[in-house]
Every structure is written in C-alpha cells, then in structure tokens.
Design a protein around this ligand. Structure first.
Ligand code: MV4
Length: 458
C-alpha cells in the first residue's frame, strides 16, 4: 500500500481525499496556489507545498510544478480529485513514467472514453444501447445531412472531444444542421484542438441517470447503482439523488449490467461513471463515460456505505476491490445539494469574498462536505462550489424534508449562495412527484424571473 499520497486538487475534494488517506494510515501532501494559502485542507495534510500563483493554468494545471512537488515530497501516488488534471491522459502518463501511481484509470482508458465518439463505438460493441446516430465521426455537411435525413429531426451535433455540453448544437431542420455543423466544429477546434463531431438523434426532455462503477486491476467490475442528476442549470448540476425515483428494480438491474459490460469491454479500472439519458418511455441510452471520481460520488457513498475514495486508492495500489456485486445494497435515499457562492438573482454570477459567518447544519442523516469556515475568503479564481450538503433518510420524502430543514438551519453570511433556489426546487410539486427533467431548472427560472423588488441595483 502507498505510504504517501499527493492530492493534486483544492477545496472540498482535497479535504475529502485527505480524510480517507488518514483513516487508511497514508500520509498526505497537499499542494496549493498562492490564492489558497489559508485553505482548510492544508491544515489537515501532513505536508503542504505551494505550486504557483492563483490562475489554475499556473498551479493546479501546472504539470511540471505538481510533478516536482511529488518528487520533492517523495510520494508513491497522486490523487487528482475531479476537474483540473483528473481526466488528462498526458498527466496520467507523466505520473506513470515518473514511477508515481496515478490514482485513476490508465492513460489509454482516459483517452478512449475521453473521445465521445470512440466511447459510443465501444458501447455499441459491448451491446449497450446508444442513441441512434452517425456511424463514427461526420466529416462534412453532405454526410451530416444524409445522417440527419436517416435519423429524422431534431438531431444533436456533438464534439468528440467535448463533454459537459461544450461544442454541442441542436438542429431541427436542414439549414440549422448545416450552420450548427460548422459552428460546433469551429467551437470544438478552438476549445479542444479537435474539430471532430458526430450526430445523434436529439432525445427531448430526458432524465440524466448515471451509474457509478468501480473496477480493479484483476478484472473485477462492479456498479454501485445510479444517481439521478436531472436538476441542472447550463450543465452544472445543482441537486443529485440516489436511487432515481424513476427506476424500477428491473430497469436498475439492466442499466447497472449495461454499464458493467461497457467497463469490462474497455478494460476500465478505478472509479468511473457511465452517463445515460432516460426518456419518457423508460428507454435508456448511453451518452458518455466520466473517467474520474465525481463531485456527487457522496450520494452513492451514503446509500451504499462504500468509501469510494478508499476503493480508488486500493485498486490503484493493485489490491482487489473490497466488495463483490452482491455485497452492494441500496439503503434508503440520499439527496445532495451543491452550495455555490453565486447569486441566483443575478444570473448566477459568482459571489466570491469573505464568509463572515458560517454555521453548517447537522443532525440525523446530514453530511456536510465543505472547505468553508467563518472568516474564509473565497478566491475568485476557481469554481464557485463551497460545499455539498447531503441528507440520507429511509425514504425520498423524508430525505427532502431533512434537506429542507438543514438548508433552513444553514447560516452563510457574506457571499450570495444558491440556497434559496435549492429550497424552491425541493419544494416544487414537479420535483416532489419526480415529474421533472433536465430542462426543469431553466424552465422554472424563465417562469419565475427575479422580481424587480428582489433585484439589487446593478
Ligand atoms: C444529449 C441530449 C439529448 N439527446 N444527447 C448534455 C451534456 C452532455 N453530457 C450530453 N448532453 C445531452 N446530450 C442527445 N442525443 C441532451 C443533453 C443535455 C443534457 C443531458 C444531461 C443533463 C442535462 C442536459 C441538459 C441539456 C442537454
């Protein structure tokens, strides 16, 4: 087992990884940018190393600085957390060539699933249902028009190197397909240096369901059931829950088995997630694989009791998974709310600055993963998530009630937060009855624009 692990991340996930390392008797090395010198996770690590100035490109994305820190601190492994370098195949490769274990999948797996068109191809090979679409990349507008003709409108143009909604266009007719094709290509080329696009039939108002996977280096792959992440805004998840209120036990089994087939076929190991769209009729379609631990992994931890970070570390060290599929059970219902320092009244613009008072909620079934504290100054350089609040109860209704109670208790003075919006969603009859879909938040916000008296002067 590893003696020392470097955590190449910041904020709540750095703290999360450090906590499990401590419980496993593994020493931790935290790295930080100049903007994070007063961060909480630095006090919980055994050693800290500054890796550069505030901009991520100069610190948390700075591969030479992170590798140098790892060499100086003499670590055995690096945990990349989520975001930053977590799905960077080049970084995983550099780690391996420096004899530092990258706690994640192989660089080859990261590359394979990072190309959404290739991942789609692998899903087809593994007999996992995909959205009807093009047979691989689409090279020119003539072929795009032919594929769209075959699929029928609406269709979606997607960047092979995209993800999280970037380089994506919906087309509802020939002219918008042609313009969308060129726009998506240009956007993808500029954003990812790869203008490859492919086509899929557009699934209207789906639910977003993802299956948590764990694989070890001995060929064992298990799933840890689903998360329903349909409450999002502009591809940023706001609320996640498990189990999905929409899945029957039979559908849950089918989706779990499909995700496992794909991971086995891809010889995938470590933690990963298989993302699916679920339509109104109960059809599910693979869309992409996330080759990292995700923000919302905590929801799965609560309903299964599995420490996913611990399993990541074990399998990276070559150990077998601690669980067989039949050991994994769903217990009760968990909901997560992302607490972001953003102003919902001002189009969710980031609201950094000092938190003058911070009193997190507690009580039965509540888990709060956050790096915030009274007096903490949120730097403006990174994403605005300041914590994740989870409620775990025996039923969905009880979890929602617990969550609302916890959100009421929560005191965060200083920055504006997403808490008022989260309460409105949790209180909404469409969410309560699980009638919502991935378009719910945007439709809700359009129907309930901030009232003039609520809006502060610009
Ligand atoms: C889709 C889709 C409908 N049809 N693909 C958005 C991000 C990326 N992960 C895939 N996405 C979508 N792909 C087809 N063929 C709708 C979305 C989508 C979406 C998916 C999940 C959660 C929220 C979403 C919001 C808008 C669009």
């Amino acid at each position: 087992m590893f003696g020392r692990v470097l955590v190449a991340n910041r904020g709540e996930i750095a703290q999360r990884v450090i906590r499990t390392c401590r419980e496993m008797g593994i020493e931790t090395v935290a790295v930080y940018s100049e903007a994070d010198a007063d961060a909480l996770y630095l006090r919980q690590a055994d050693e800290t190393i500054c890796i550069g100035p505030a901009p991520s490109s100069k610190s948390y994305l700075n591969i030479p600085a992170i590798i140098s820190a790892a060499e100086v601190a003499d670590v055995d492994a690096i945990h990349p957390g989520y975001g930053f370098l977590s799905e960077n195949e080049h970084f995983a490769e550099v780690c391996n060539s420096c004899n530092i274990t990258f706690i994640g999948p192989d660089p080859e797996s990261i590359a394979a699933v990072g190309n959404k068109s290739r991942a789609r191809q692998m899903a087809i090979e593994a007999d996992v249902p995909v959205v009807p679409g093009s047979d691989g990349p689409v090279e020119d507008e003539k072929v795009a028009l032919e594929v769209a003709q075959r699929l029928g409108y609406p269709v979606m143009i997607k960047a092979a190197s995209g993800g999280g909604g970037r380089g994506m266009r919906i087309a509802r007719n020939d002219p918008s397909l042609v313009s969308g094709f060129h726009a998506a290509r240009a956007e993808a080329e500029a954003a990812f240096g790869d203008g490859t696009v492919y086509l899929e039939k557009f699934v209207e108002n789906p639910r977003h369901i993802e299956i948590q996977l764990l694989g070890d280096q001995h060929g064992n792959v298990i799933h840890l059931f689903e998360r329903d992440c349909s409450i999002q805004r502009r591809h940023q998840k706001l609320i996640e829950e498990s189990p999905s209120p929409l899945l029957t036990p039979a559908l849950r089994k089918k989706m779990g088995e499909a995700a496992v087939r794909l991971a086995r076929h891809a010889k995938y190991h470590n933690a990963g997630t298989c993302e699916f769209l679920l339509d109104r009729k109960g059809n599910f379609y693979f869309i992409e694989v996330n080759a990292r631990i995700q923000v919302e992994h905590t929801v799965t931890e609560m309903v299964t009791g599995v420490d996913l970070i611990r399993e990541q570390i074990l399998v990276a060290a070559g150990e077998p998974l601690s669980y067989r599929q039949e050991d994994i059970e769903l217990r009760g219902h968990a909901i997560e709310c992302r607490i972001n320092a953003e102003d919902p009244e001002r189009d969710f613009q980031p609201s950094p600055g000092t938190i003058s008072m911070y009193v997190p909620p507690g009580g039965p079934g509540i888990r709060m993963d956050s790096h915030a504290y009274s007096g903490y100054r949120i730097p403006p350089n990174y994403d605005s998530m300041i914590g994740k609040l989870l409620a775990h109860r025996s039923t969905r209704d009880a979890a929602i009630r617990s969550m609302l109670r916890a959100l009421d208790e929560f005191v965060i003075q200083g920055p504006k937060t997403t808490i008022p919006l989260l309460k409105k969603v949790l209180d909404h009859s469409d969410f309560r009855s699980s009638q919502h879909d991935t378009g719910f938040v945007e439709r809700y916000l359009n129907a309930h624009p901030p009232a003039a008296h609520e809006r502060r002067a610009p």
